[in-house]
Ligand binder design. Sequence first.
Ligand code: RIB
Ligand code: CA
Length: 324
Amino acid sequence: MRSIPVVMDVDTGVDDACALLLAALHPAIDLRAVTCVGGNTDVDQVTRNTLAVLEIAGRDDVVVGRGAERPLIERAVHARHVHGDDGMGDLGWARSTRDPDPRHAVQLLRDVLDASPEPVTLVPTAPMTNIALLARTHPSALRRLERIVFMGGAAQRGNATASAEFNVFHDPEATAIVLETAADLGIPVTMYGLDVFYDPTVTRDQARSLIAAGDDVARLAGELVGFQCDRFGAEQATIGDAGAVCAVIDPAGTGTTPLPVRVELAGTWSRGRTIVEMRDWTGDLAHDPHGRADAVIDVALEVDARRYADLWLETVRPGAPAPA
Ligand code: RIB
Ligand code: CA
């Protein structure tokens, strides 16, 4: 199996940590670099969390860059109520002894993309501030992209607000810039949004088995799931951002439809909403004063949840008995 060159942009985060474990350990992924941005917590804590997860996964070879502290326009609003004070469930894991690369994330992204002999798949699982800055400062670097598979947005509902998903709500302008630039450059985009994000889940019992397995990777994976079960008072928890990495490894596990997508920037109650065009009557479309959005992207509306949850479980604990 030829491995896929991947660069991630994260706001680690409990579920970003789940995604990093998968990307760092699965043989189908050649993880080239991880860049960090403020989101679930502040960018310094995100960077510390990211370095710690990669060290636990035995991947100190993966270069990590510290990026934007705040969105392009909005002030930083973190999600510690979801991810804990340290952004990674307050689980108490030791900090990595490694420092991030001295380059800013945007410079690191440009250098890694420009140096890659083959096209790279970019997997943002965070507000897309770093990617937007890259698009504005080094647009030619984006031509090295095979595809952007981002966790963000939603066709139906929000989570940060009734209308908007957190990553897009946090920096709507960044998402709009990235979608516009991808459309201009002909870069394929997959939107792994809330329509599928919550479906691949792992149970509290499976988390207990991971913790009992004893090795650090499985124990961290189990503790991340257990933290979410406790936080939300549930017996299962989503693998969240890890689903976007699953969509790179096993795209057939996701049902996508090419649809026009805009980002609402001006709405009082709808700012940060991804407006996904799902109408199918040409009469409506022909009379819409807004016309069709330029960005037509592959929107994930269905997911084989068990397939992706099993993919994650089997990666974080190889040889684990198949779930009941
Ligand atoms: O809306 C979910 C997204 O927001 C995930 O990426 C989660 O980590 C937070 O960043
Ligand atoms: Ca995230």
